[in-house]
Design a protein around this ligand. Structure first.
Ligand SMILES: NC(=O)c1ccc[n+]([C@@H]2O[C@H](COP(=O)([O-])OP(=O)(O)OC[C@H]3O[C@@H](n4cnc5c(N)ncnc54)[C@H](O)[C@@H]3O)[C@@H](O)[C@H]2O)c1
Length: 256
């Protein structure tokens, strides 16, 4: 479905991977897109390559930075109707190191800070902007799509921080959707399985092949375009609300 020419979507983490593919699909369907990302080089390159895309370097964990970016975006592109949150980090670390010493508390906190607090931070500020939008014929003023992970449900060894942060993103979906219903704002969540993005680029080829072989069907890694397609469906299908949707080719992660 194509969007009205003044339909604006904000995409966090839109300079890479799942967020970038989503931004591209929304642009292709006529939306204006504001990309918020820490990666200045990739973000600027993206906005220069796409006429209806803007980029503002933003750290999703910083309240003032996000507030300012959303304000600037609103004055440049109009108020946002959709927020898709893909900014995130995936750091693996065991509770006990090889020498028996405990994981640094700071390392755990950093992952939760970006993935959970960052997601909540942008969501709260976006909701405050969306609530003043003109409602559409269904009374909808906006839609928020957050990104969890199947690690929220089957975290592997070394994923305590990542799994906790993503479980938090899943858990806030329903209470947020219930609360923001009165404003006409939907809140949903996608829990991807394993997708072929720069996030996985650090893995050796052998590990990537082994991951793909664990997939029930199709026996390959997910493509970022498949994530983008689901995000687009969520934006346009008004009856999707308060739900986390797994997008994983039936993968259930083993302990390691
Ligand atoms: N790729 C996968 O297999 C997979 C699986 C499950 C969940 N996810 C989740 O999907 C989301 C997107 O992942 P991806 O694979 O596209 O990763 P990616 O590394 O390709 O993209 C993530 C983007 O987020 C940005 N970012 C990181 N920290 C930020 C911050 N504090 N503020 C603003 N931007 C920040 C990065 O600069 C990057 O551009 C992440 O939340 C990730 O945890 C990915």
């Amino acid at each position: 479905m194509s969007f009205d020419s003044n339909f604006t979507a904000v995409v966090t983490g839109g300079a890479s991977g799942l967020g970038r593919a989503t931004s591209e699909l929304l642009l292709k369907n006529g939306a204006q897109v504001l990309v918020l990302d820490m990666d200045q080089e990739a973000g600027e390159e993206f906005s220069q390559a796409h006429e209806r895309a803007e980029f503002i370097k933003t750290d999703v964990t910083q309240a003032k930075e996000v507030e300012a970016a959303l304000k600037t975006g609103q004055s440049q592109l109009g108020s946002m109707r959709a927020l898709i949150q893909c900014a995130g980090i995936a750091k693996a670390e065991k509770i006990l190191n090889k020498d028996g010493s405990p994981q640094e508390l700071e390392h755990f906190a950093q992952v939760v800070q970006v993935n959970l607090l960052g997601t909540f931070n942008v969501m709260r500020l976006a909701a405050a902007q969306m609530k003043s939008n003109e409602p559409d014929s269904d009374g909808e003023r906006g839609v928020i799509v957050n990104t969890s992970s199947i690690a929220a449900f089957e975290g592997q060894i070394g994923q305590t921080a990542y799994a906790s942060s993503k479980a938090g993103v899943h858990a806030l979906t329903l209470p947020a959707a219930r609360e923001l219903a009165r404003e006409g704002i939907r809140v949903t969540c996608i829990a991807p399985g394993i997708f072929d993005t720069p996030l996985l680029a650090g893995l050796p080829e052998k590990a990537r092949v082994s991951l793909a072989q664990q997939m029930p069907f199709p026996q390959r890694l997910g493509q970022a375009e498949e994530f983008a397609s689901l995000a687009h469906e969520i934006i346009t299908n008004k009856f999707l609300n308060g739900e986390t949707i797994r997008l994983d080719g039936a993968l259930r992660m083993p302990p390691r």
